[in-house]
Design a protein around this ligand. Structure first.
Ligand code: HEC
Ligand code: HEC
Length: 380
């Protein structure tokens, strides 16, 4: 569902008026716009509330009486829920100076930070509760990130904002992410066939290429736009499904010295190779930080600089685990999820299928949480 205008909506019932109603059925729209279309009978509704969780839109008619919209499958309904409007205002006030007006992560303050504000336009954030094969964050993830901030970076905690305001901001961040991704998909499609290089290699005269382009655009654009938006919607819906949240199959293994020792062996051993990035003692100085690695998402393409890179093109250091600062949260379940699904957009991959024996991930969680204390006591 696309959302576009603030609070007054109009339904035009033109399907009941013309005789061409039947064959126009796929184009039949219940357009919710902020002005009356002027054609035929139209009724005005106000959006009473929009519940992002259930995606239910409640409306009231001019007299404030709850009303039902006769919207059928395939209808094109455009609403700009008040939540988005409010979200936008709040975003501009609290987030824009770091994350940018368009969500590109390049707001005016961003240049001063070593750890850059997230560019939302790939639809990826690092610290999610969702499974490794679910590329998007859930609404709950975004809510938690905004409420708690990202410790150890300039991303502040917005704990003091009321929950409703944070929910509204979350809707707006999702919208920015979807918009950005849509643009990227369109760009990729357009540049696929009609990049300058491709055109330069073609034998046909420029006018022919131009008309082929115009034809392709006319034929395919609307199909592609529909397809892209369906893909986007599906990806984001997946992230909100309960079954896609990582829930450990067993309760936390108690952090006994034995469990911590098993975790240490896994951390330093060859199965998970945590130490190759984090170093044997977890200081974040493993050998991968000095070698030339594949660029994320581009297997076989080595970067021309040593170190590890994220999908936004920034160098990322493996966390120094002796400091005990965890950006994605310090509860055992947070660390469990980091290990199970990896840290999205970064070279730290998912270990859910490698550490698949009962309790293994918990052992590693227990070890990771013990590292700061181990070091204080001058241990290994
Ligand atoms: C002072 C600058 C600053 C402000 C203000 C700020 N952020 Fe951030 N934000 C950051 C930085 C820096 C990161 C990157 C943290 C990292 O990569 O570990 C970030 C990351 C994020 C992430 C991604 C976290 C992840 O798991 O990848 C989200 C979502 C986010 N911010 C949303 C917001 C929202 C919404 C607001 C406003 C309510 C906001 N931020 C305000 C600096 C800021
Ligand atoms: C290929 C390198 C690599 C491997 C292998 C790796 N990590 Fe990481 N790890 C990273 C990077 C990079 C980060 C920082 C990501 C960021 O925040 O941008 C990180 C961050 C972390 C964090 C911090 C999470 C937080 O919330 O701040 C923990 C905990 C962690 N790794 C544990 C592990 C464990 C346990 C293993 C082995 C099972 C492991 N890592 C394997 C690269 C790696």
């Amino acid at each position: 569902m696309f959302v576009s205008s603030p609070s007054s909506v109009t339904e035009s019932n033109d399907e009941s008026s013309g005789e061409d109603g039947a064959d126009a059925s796929d184009a039949r729209t219940s357009e919710l716009a902020d002005t009356s279309s002027g054609e035929g009978e139209s009724e005005s509704y106000r959006v009473a509330s929009y519940d992002p969780a259930s995606r239910l839109l409640s409306v009231v008619n001019e007299n404030g009486v709850p009303a039902q919209l006769s919207v059928a499958k395939g209808d094109n309904v455009q609403i700009l829920g008040p939540a988005l409007q409010e979200g936008r205002n709040l975003y501009l006030r609290h987030c824009m100076h770091c994350h940018g007006v368009s969500g590109d992560g390049a707001g005016p303050t961003a240049q001063y930070f070593k750890v850059k504000p997230r560019d939302y336009r790939q639809g990826v954030v690092k610290f999610t509760s969702t499974k490794a094969n679910v590329p998007r964050p859930s609404r709950d993830d975004l809510f938690r990130i905004v409420k708690l901030g990202v410790p150890g970076t300039y991303m502040p905690s917005f704990m003091l904002l009321p929950d409703e305001e944070v929910h509204a901001i979350v809707e707006y961040v999702r919208w920015l992410a979807m918009r950005g991704e849509m643009e990227r998909k369109l760009n990729a499609w357009l540049s696929l066939d009609y990049s300058k290089e491709a055109v330069a290699d073609m034998e046909e005269p420029a006018e022919e290429i131009e008309s082929a382009f115009a034809e392709a655009w006319a034929d395919e654009a609307s199909d592609n736009i529909t397809q892209f938006s369906e893909e986007l919607q599906m990806d984001w819906q997946e992230a909100d499904k309960e079954e896609n949240v990582v829930v450990p199959p067993t309760e936390r293994v108690p952090p006994s010295p034995e469990s911590i020792e098993r975790g240490r062996k896994l951390f330093q051993g060859n199965k998970a190779k945590c130490a190759s990035c984090h170093g044997l003692t977890g200081k974040g100085n493993g050998p991968s930080t000095e070698s030339f690695n594949d660029l994320p998402g581009q297997p076989g393409v080595k970067s021309d600089k040593a170190g590890l890179f994220d999908i936004w093109g920034n160098i990322v250091k493996p966390r120094n685990l002796t400091a005990g600062v965890f950006r994605g949260g310090r509860r055992p379940i947070d660390i469990y999820r980091r290990i199970h699904s990896g840290i999205k957009g970064t070279p730290m991959q998912a270990f859910g299928s490698t550490l698949n024996k009962e309790g293994e991930i918990w052992d590693v969680v227990n070890y990771v949480l013990s590292i700061p204390f181990e070091n204080k006591q001058g241990g290994h």
